[in-house]
Design a protein around this ligand. Structure first.
Ligand code: GLU
Length: 288
């Protein structure tokens, strides 16, 4: 049985791109007698707003979707994220742990990367610039409230053993198996943040813990999230969690070809609804 989810963050109004994700997941689940779950990803309390959350419920109901209640809300699940973080910080290779504390600001990182001895041009990964490992020799025992926690990707990859056996199934135009690649994880993702200093967890850790807790079998999300999927599969491997099947759908763009973002109010579902669009119009615009 498919268990699918839609996991928006209430940091803005939903637009056509969100509708595409939600409808695709809902249709895939319900056409197979499966279940569609809604999860509110509200760990970033400074950016999430109750009004946006209410708008998510209103927009999705308007589209004709339904889901079991109460919905999972990430802001209530810090204990689960703490437990997963503790498990990762307790793991390690011989003397050095898998995680380290990091007090670097964005500015510190940019400065370190532009220092002459670094030489290489800035590389960007799923989380922005790739962290130059300034703090990688620090020990978790020295973590203070000013520190985030990072995963030492080299050690994480080494701990997973033969990576060619680890990977994920993707469905889409052509189903395929994508193995994890050490070079991609180490060089293109780098030492990702597992716990931000302000919120105590991170998107990557929370999403992996919650997809497992909700027994999600299929993750449907935009192609912009595809670069982060190997990170999620690596975390699933380290935490002994099952890996769902992934579906990364094409991105919905505006008339000028720009990918829709939450600030794209013109194509917000609320705006379209006010202009007289019906749910059938939304489906027709998205699903040929
Ligand atoms: N909360 C994420 C967002 O709103 C969704 C991530 C996911 O589906 O894994 O972009």
């Amino acid at each position: 049985m498919n268990i699918e989810r839609f996991a928006p963050s209430p940091t803005g109004f939903l637009h056509l791109g969100h509708a595409f994700s939600a409808l695709t997941a809902f249709d895939a689940a319900t056409s197979r007698g499966g279940q569609f779950l809604l999860r509110i990803e509200d760990i970033d309390t400074a950016r999430c707003k109750p009004a946006f959350e209410q708008a998510i419920f209103d927009d999705l109901h308007w589209l004709g979707l339904n889901w079991p209640t109460p919905v999972m809300r990430q802001s209530t699940r810090m204990q689960s994220y703490d437990a997963a973080l503790a498990r990762l910080t307790d793991m390690g290779l011989t003397d050095m742990g898998l995680c380290y504390p990091c007090a670097c600001t964005r500015r510190d990182i940019t400065e370190a990367l532009s220092a002459p001895q670094e030489g290489a041009a800035q590389q960007f990964g799923p989380d922005g610039v790739i962290y130059p490992r300034t703090c990688c020799t620090r020990s978790m025992a020295d973590r203070t409230t000013a520190d985030a926690v990072r995963l030492d990707m080299r050690k994480a990859v080494a701990l997973c053993g033969d990576l060619s056996k680890r990977g994920y199934r993707e469905i889409g135009e052509a189903p395929r198996w994508t193995p994890l690649e050490a070079a991609y994880l180490i060089e293109r993702c780098g030492d990702i943040v597992l716990a931000r200093r302000d919120i105590g967890t991170s998107y990557h850790l929370a999403v992996v813990v919650d997809d497992a807790a909700q027994q999600i079998t299929h993750v449907t999300r935009g192609a912009d999230m595809a670069p982060a999927t190997p990170i999620h599969v690596l975390l699933q491997t380290l935490l002994d969690l099952p890996t769902p099947t992934y579906r990364h759908h094409r991105l919905i763009r505006d008339d000028t070809g720009k990918r829709l973002a939450k600030r794209h109010d013109a194509l917000a579902l609320q705006t379209l609804r006010e202009q007289g669009w019906t749910p059938t119009d939304v489906r027709a615009a998205l699903i040929p």
